[in-house]
Ligand binder design. Structure first.
Ligand code: NAP
Length: 277
């Protein structure tokens, strides 16, 4: 039996077991996907003994994503640029390899749900400068975005990211986020605003062009106030759950040998668990 897990601290909230468990049953694979609560001080030892614990690989969630990258023997370009890993696997010699599939997940979902985002693309507005923003910036720039406006409550964090990602990223004052939208064909929220238990994101979408796309990576609730406001204006709206589902695909394929499909049935299965915790 092939076994993988998600490692976090805490880990209870993770939806990964629901996604991978669905695919294991769907494809009739003799495998298991478990939750592992591992304290930060125990992570290095846990990863060094992953194989002995019976695992072929793992997902890594907060707060271990940076430490997991450091622990790996090799990492792909996405993980290196983003500075964090969310997917690990062991090669036949027992060496640990790392990837970050968040950018892949976001871009695959965006391209599937609103492929028009690239047509006549002006600037892209990204809100937030945390861990997720790094993945989104990597994905957008790799996909050809030439101008990304980055606004974050704490401006210095946005400036740090802009310095790392180069001249395509331009920092905009958090207070000017609404007016700067007139030049944008795509708006992406990567802050935690709008999440259940958090304040909603306040932004006036009226300056966005009529063909603009609005994406939120918050997925609980599925329909955030931002997405509801976008739909009310007749704009294309892309939710955060698609990113979560697509980012799981490469790990599952590596560990279990089948490239799984993201389907409406899977989405409905995961949606049914939202709000349950
Ligand atoms: N769909 C997916 O697959 C997926 C993947 C990863 C993350 N996410 C979601 O993305 C969100 C961000 O995750 P993260 O890991 O990037 O978190 P993070 O590193 O903690 O960053 C949080 C971001 O939100 C901003 N923020 C928080 N409270 C704010 C407030 N009251 N006003 C203005 N800005 C505020 C922070 O601004 P400051 O810098 O000023 O603090 C920062 O930019 C979470 O909701 C997470 O669940 C979704």
């Amino acid at each position: 039996m092939l076994r993988a897990c998600v490692i976090g601290w805490p880990v209870e909230h993770s939806r990964s077991p629901i996604i991978h468990g669905y695919w294991l049953a769907r494809y009739g694979i003799d495998g298991a996907y478990e939750k592992e609560a591992v304290a930060p001080e125990a992570l290095a030892e846990f990863l060094a003994t992953l194989w002995r614990r019976g695992y072929v690989g793992a997902n890594v969630t907060l707060p271990h994503k940076e430490a997991a990258l450091r622990a790996a023997r090799s990492a792909d370009e996405a993980a290196m640029t983003i500075g964090a890993a969310n997917t690990l696997w062991l090669d036949p010699d027992g060496a640990l390899h790392a990837s970050n599939t968040d950018a892949y997940g976001f871009m695959t979902n965006l391209n599937a749900e609103a492929p028009q985002w690239k047509e006549g693309l002006g600037a892209v507005m990204v809100l937030g400068a945390g861990g997720a923003a790094r993945a989104i910036l990597f994905g957008l720039i790799e996909a050809g975005a030439t101008k990304v406006l980055l606004a974050n409550r704490t401006r210095s964090r946005a400036e740090t990211l802009a310095a790392e990602f180069g001249p395509r990223v331009e920092v905009v004052d958090w207070e000017k986020r609404s007016e700067a939208l007139s030049a944008c064909g795509l708006l992406v929220n990567t802050t935690s605003l709008g999440m259940t238990g958090q304040a909603p994101l306040t932004i006036d979408l009226s300056a966005l062009p009529a063909n603009a796309v609005v994406a939120d990576i918050v997925y609980n609730p599925l329909e955030t106030p931002l997405l509801a406001a976008a739909r009310a204006r007749g704009l294309a709206a892309v939710d955060g759950l698609g990113m979560l589902l697509h980012q799981a695909v490469p790990g599952f394929e590596r560990w279990f040998g089948v490239r799984p499909e993201v389907t409406p049935e899977l989405k409905a299965h995961v949606v049914a668990t939202l709000g349950a915790q």
